[in-house]
Design a protein around this ligand. Structure first.
Ligand code: AMP
Length: 292
């Protein structure tokens, strides 16, 4: 029997129904890709969906603003939500299925189990956002169990998140291929983010300091600089210039080994320059891998 090449589009909200559907798809011999998101889709997300479309028979988009990865003083309640708009954009990328559960369905009363990745989740965003990666690892585990993918795609924009998920997938024998997708940027270089909508026009201009910092460090590396402190100083300069206008604050700016995220003093192998910067109350992240 030959299977129909494409399935009718479906939205599933119930985890048990999603799992049953996913098991049917696997039993039919289809290769399943999943792209987990928190919605408010932009071109970065759509790039992941298009990549997934090219890699699999069935593409599942998940939209879930996961409460367990937000700290108590973070933007969970005001995080942008636009399910109808998201589904229209995603369908134009050819997805087959959207899994959009409620928080109650994902975390029924009494839930008390978390997945913890250790060393990789400690520095950078792990240090500024205690509990964040346990929330991420737990929800991604649950989304994997419910959608049963062969392949899952994540953006390099969230560099540490990708590292944590790769590690977890290996450590816990999930048998899922993890694909990282390069950062998608606005024409002026700002990394696309659902949180960019929080920025006023003046803040939007200040936010360019992040990518300018990455570019300055890259230029220093190209000019022969290998010392981490000097590369970090180059990256910090445009951000401090923007900070002089007020409202910009570095949360962290660090150079770490591109694989295990251990601290780097001298760049002798690929290192990731990773930063989180507050522009007003909006926390933006960006990174670039520096290759000597
Ligand atoms: P989020 O909805 O922010 O949780 O992001 C969902 C997925 O999209 C994650 O794997 C992100 O890393 C990825 N993503 C977000 N922004 C970008 C971007 N500008 N370029 C590439 N991937 C991105």
């Amino acid at each position: 029997m030959t299977l129909p090449s494409r399935l009718p589009f479906e939205i599933i909200r119930d985890p048990a129904a999603m799992r049953a559907r996913a098991e049917d798809l696997r039993r039919d011999g289809r290769r399943v890709a999943v792209v987990p998101t928190m919605g408010a889709l932009h071109d970065g997300h759509l790039t992941l969906l298009r990549r997934a479309r090219a890699m699999a028979d069935v593409v599942i988009l998940t939209i879930f603003v996961n409460p367990t990865q937000f700290g108590p003083n973070e933007d969970l309640s005001r995080y942008p939500r636009d399910e109808a708009g998201d589904l229209a954009k995603a369908r134009a990328c050819g997805i087959d299925l959207a899994f959009c559960p409620t928080a109650e369905a994902m975390y029924p009363a009494g839930s008390q189990t978390f997945v913890e990745v250790r060393e990789l989740a400690q520095p950078l965003c792990g240090a500024s956002r205690p509990g964040h990666f346990a929330g991420v690892a737990t929800v991604v585990t649950k989304l994997f169990h419910v959608t049963r993918p062969h392949v899952a795609l994540f953006g390099e924009k969230d560099y540490q998140q990708l590292a944590v998920i790769r590690r977890m997938t290996r450590d816990l024998d999930f048998g899922i291929e993890i694909v990282g997708v390069p950062i998608v940027r606005e024409p002026d270089g700002l990394a696309m983010s659902s949180r960019n909508v929080y920025l006023s026009p003046a803040q939007r201009a200040q936010a360019l300091a992040l990518v300018n910092g990455l570019g300055a460090a890259e230029a220093a590396l190209r000019a022969g600089e290998r010392d981490a402190a000097a590369l970090l100083a180059a990256a910090r300069a445009p951000i401090e210039a923007a900070a002089a206008d007020g409202g910009v604050r570095i949360d962290y700016l660090e150079l770490r080994d591109a694989d295990d995220l251990s601290p780097v003093a001298v760049v002798t192998r690929p290192a990731v320059l990773a930063m989180a910067v507050f522009v007003g109350t909006t926390r933006l992240i960006d990174n670039r891998v520096l290759k000597p």
